[in-house]
Write a protein that binds this ligand. Sequence first.
Ligand SMILES: *Cc1c(COP(=O)(O)O)cnc(C)c1O
Length: 363
Amino acid sequence: MNGNTYNMINVTKTFFPPIEDYQKQLQRIWDNQWLTNNGELYKEFSQKLKEHLGVNHIIPMTNGTLPIQIALNALANGGEVITTPFSYVATTATIVWEKCTPVFVDIHPEYLTIDETKIEAAITDKTTAILATHVYGNPCAVEVIEAIAKKHKLKVIYDAAHCFGVTYKGQSIFNYGDVSTCSFHATKLFHTGEGGALFCQDESTRQEMFYRHNFGHDGPEKYHGLGLNAKMSELQAAMGLSVLPYMKHIITERKRVCDYYDAHLDFSQLNKLKLREHTDWNYSYYPVIFKTEKELLKVKARLENQNINPRRYFYPSLEELPYVSSENCQIAKDIAARVLCLPLNIELSNKQVSLIIKLINYD
Ligand SMILES: *Cc1c(COP(=O)(O)O)cnc(C)c1O
């Protein structure tokens, strides 16, 4: 690291709550002398999140990858899992890690979520589940996917890592699918440093998932079944309780930056994400799609030259990972080569955003 890092503008910047807020929560942990396993802060955090998001059931976990793994372990049964090539690597890696087989279905060219009209053609007698990503917080076609799943008796898991606070048709997007998951990683919209959560719709699913995330324990001397450790600690809950009160402010400020981009970027040269109808979005990312990869690389270099670091989210397309066999998803491959996420955080001034825009629009 050099001394200039404070001058850098990165694609994300972690929100740090006032340190006094965090210290107040830490004091409670010290008073309780309790660091993990269903502690007071964990319980309060679960309850507050449930109310904040309006979800049915929540299990906070230690990151956003383990809840996907746990859901696949419980629901996909080592079968073929229909999935999207346009997501973060965790979406595919968890499928392979759970000894299931990813079957990639191409994405919609504007919504960038899995193309629901192509799912049925990919179903075989080995298919057990669909794992789709609400990419950039943009919901998949959840009703169509639910109907397909019902017809073919498949489970639906949504990687909703980007979806904190997103609602679709007036309710939390986490209330769709058999299971939805979220990430509370430091780079995400809402964070606990490392962290995440699993959401589900009924008590019996919650029980199954809860056992799995705590070694399968059913009391100290009895085991319900196979499990691992995905528990969220009191230290993570302390960060969550400190960040949560600022979410309204964070979303307002991110909206300001997005609105500025919307108003001033030259959209004759770029495409932007098309949000699904009936979505109340969370301003989690600002992706733009260039006409060519060459154009993207030119603009990226120009920005980097000024210490501005956008990121190629999501590149490459996941079907190109070395441990899966390629299915040739042409649209995902093409979009992945041309999409760039622009800097988006609450500290960006309009002046800084203006500079970024100038560097992009300039030809
Ligand atoms: C961040 C992310 C994850 C992983 O979450 P972690 O909390 O980092 O484990 C999974 N899927 C997607 C789409 C993500 O962006």
